[in-house]
Design a binder for this molecule. Structure first.
Ligand code: RB5
Length: 145
């Protein structure tokens, strides 16, 4: 199950990504918004990320206007590794090196075709472990400092 959510700035792109994922046979849980109504992006980042932390969803996709605010909010939640990506290389590396369990995109930054390629690059990539696991562990040790 993939969790997805956006604020008003990411609403249209979130809908495009959700449509694509459903077409591809993925299960998607949509945490809103359901219309371009103005909301505060931390209020969306929180339930999406909690669904990843509690295991209801395997990974999460967040969209706001730039992807910045919603990724900052997501990364405040212990256990979340949210990567703001605007290109496919970064999206692949976010998984291979950082084991990002959430990807964030900017609905006012990337168009739907590129966004779908970015999401695909992240979904298809596999975490490489090894020295990268050590670094990921060190990221999470910062949560207790
Ligand atoms: C909302 O206007 C906008 O600030 C938000 O979508 C996002 O870009 C914040 O980082």
């Amino acid at each position: 199950m993939i969790a997805i959510g956006s604020d008003h700035g990411g609403f249209e792109l979130k809908e495009e990504i959700k449509k694509y994922l459903l077409q591809e046979g993925h299960e998607v849980k949509d945490f809103g918004v359901d219309s371009p109504v103005s909301v505060d992006y931390p209020d969306i980042a929180h339930p999406v990320c909690m669904s990843v932390i509690n295991g209801e969803c395997e990974k999460g996709i967040l969209v706001c206007g730039t992807g910045i605010g919603i990724s900052i909010a997501a990364n405040k939640i212990h256990g979340i590794r949210a990567a703001l990506c605007g290109d496919c290389f970064s999206a692949r590396m976010a998984k291979e090196h950082n084991n990002a369990n959430v990807i964030a995109l900017g609905g006012r930054v990337v168009g739907p075709s590129l966004a779908i390629e970015i999401v695909n690059a992240w979904l298809k990539a596999e975490f490489q472990g090894g020295r990268h696991q050590t670094r990921v562990d060190k990221i999470h040790s910062l949560e207790n400092k």
